[in-house]
Design a protein. Structure first.
Length: 241
């Protein structure tokens, strides 16, 4: 991919290759990476739709002992992710594939964790094909991502994702239909006075209902007009670990 640049992030702790024009990672991926939790070492985790590779890199700051995999359908972003992982000295098994073909690539119940910030717009008008695939369900739907995740996960394995609130009911339905039980939820609000726009979810495969947790609200801006982040978001962006 031509016309890309290297973006320093988290006070230069990580370096991410991104296109000059086109899809670039946003706060959703950062908040999702921060939401991820594990107490396992050497567990296998796969990022579905890794883009430029931001999620594995951020998670590796907290959990360097995980075995990382990532999948990206777009060749251009696959190449950027490859550069990103090399720049950050992170060993990731990276695949240039459609997520819907992963059943041919991996046996079922192969991973301990699946994480994804999937394309979730049902319709998106743009002449930029990279943006179209990155932001909309052009190549795979939310339901596809959840079905594939259930296939890939071990029993009691965990699924982590971020979605827009307007698709909340669909997501919960698809999770339950695919033997994934939501165990942790956290809603994201632009400010303390506005409605939630997104939510983070941790679901677990093959477990019983009960002991679900809805965490405290995640407020993005202290002052949305002047784009001043809340103390929590500012801490995540500045420190992360």
């Amino acid at each position: 991919m031509e016309n890309y640049h290297l973006t320093p992030f988290i006070r230069g702790k990580v370096l991410i290759y991104q296109p000059q024009n086109g899809y670039r990672f946003n706060l959703d991926s950062v908040l999702l990476s921060n939401f991820f939790q594990t107490n396992k070492k050497n567990a296998k985790i796969i990022d579905l739709g890794t883009g430029s590779g931001i999620i594995p890199v951020l998670i590796s700051l907290k959990y360097p002992d995980l075995e990382f995999y990532a999948v990206e359908i777009q060749k251009q972003f696959y190449e950027l992710a490859e550069k990103t992982f090399k720049e950050n000295h992170l060993n990731v098994k990276l695949l240039n594939e459609d997520i819907n073909s992963l059943k041919k690539t991996f046996p079922s119940s192969y991973f301990d964790y699946v994480i994804t910030n999937p394309p979730y717009l049902k319709e998106y008008k743009t002449e930029n094909e990279n943006l179209l695939i990155a932001r909309s369900e052009e190549k795979a739907t939310i339901e596809d991502f959840i079905k594939v995740s259930s296939y890939l996960l071990k029993n009691k394995g965990k699924f982590f994702a971020v979605f827009p609130v307007y698709r909340f009911t669909e997501v919960i339905l698809y999770l339950s239909q695919n033997n994934l039980i939501p165990k942790r939820l956290r809603f994201i609000y632009p400010t303390k006075d506005e409605k939630a726009t997104h939510f983070l979810v941790e679901a677990q495969k093959g477990v019983k209902l009960g002991n679900e947790t809805i965490e405290k609200p995640l407020i993005v801006y202290k002052d949305s007009k002047n784009k001043v982040y809340s103390e929590e978001v500012n801490f995540i962006l500045e420190k992360f670990v």
